[in-house]
Ligand binder design. Structure first.
Ligand SMILES: C[S@@+](CC[C@H](N)C(=O)[O-])C[C@H]1O[C@@H](n2cnc3c(N)ncnc32)[C@H](O)[C@@H]1O
Length: 212
């Protein structure tokens, strides 16, 4: 049993508390612009939302016509996402499979997804590393499919101060590029982007398209 502040039990407790204390904020939280901007340019197909949380992105994708697999290890978050989708539109809800899985080991079917998105997931556990998780998720992308990875960097370069992600291991541009073979991937974006609110940190953003 680990006592990592970002392990399954910790996330479960965090989600239970947020869902109890601030369900209104979650319901009104829009999906990530980074995901929406990418998905809008693509023809809807099969999407994986790895570390889907309460499901804002998964529900947006399904409403846009995607068939979505939404994976998270927090049952509370998944149940909330599922109920929200059902309340929003049963047809949308029917296009989302909510899967309880640990991204430290969970592996997509090879080449199955037209879009694999992983936003702000801490890579936990003794087996895990950013490169290993990126490789495993990337293997799920179909030829011509898109991989979108976003990680909150631990230090804000504008202030030099630690961000809320300081104790986490999230995707970095360098580590993602190390495992995305340029023979196999067209790297369309690989950069750090300051967040909208100055001083709230920087996101590492990697967008790549599988060539074969
Ligand atoms: C910061 S939240 C981000 C949620 C969503 N992707 C977003 O952008 O709003 C991180 C999510 O990843 C989930 N998570 C963290 N580590 C995980 C793991 N090893 N396996 C599955 N889910 C994980 C947490 O439960 C949480 O829902």
């Amino acid at each position: 049993m680990t006592s990592d502040a970002h392990d399954r039990d910790a996330w479960e407790q965090r989600w239970e508390q947020v869902l109890r204390d601030h369900p209104d904020k979650l319901v009104s939280r829009p999906p990530s612009d980074l995901l929406v901007d990418v998905a809008r340019e693509l023809r809807p197909g099969r999407a994986l939302d790895a570390g889907c949380g309460h499901g804002a992105e998964a529900i947006w994708l399904a409403a846009a016509g995607w068939t979505v697999t939404a994976v998270d290890f927090s049952r509370a978050a998944l149940e909330h996402g599922q109920a929200t989708a059902q309340g929003f539109d049963p047809d949308v809800a029917a296009r989302i499979a909510w899967v309880e899985g640990d991204l430290g080991a969970w592996t997509p079917d090879e080449g199955y997804f037209d879009l694999v998105s992983c936003l702000y997931v801490h890579v936990a556990g003794p087996l895990g590393s950013v490169g290993e998780m990126v490789s495993r998720l990337a293997a799920g992308v179909a030829p011509d499919g898109t991989l979108l990875l976003v990680g909150h960097r631990p230090v804000d370069p504008a202030t030099g101060e630690p961000t809320p992600a300081a104790s986490q291991v999230q995707v970095s541009v360098e580590e993602a590029l190390e495992v995305l073979d340029p023979q196999e991937w067209e790297i369309q974006v690989a950069e750090e982007r300051p967040r909208a609110v100055l001083g709230s940190g920087v996101d590492a953003v990697v967008r790549a398209v599988r060539q074969r």
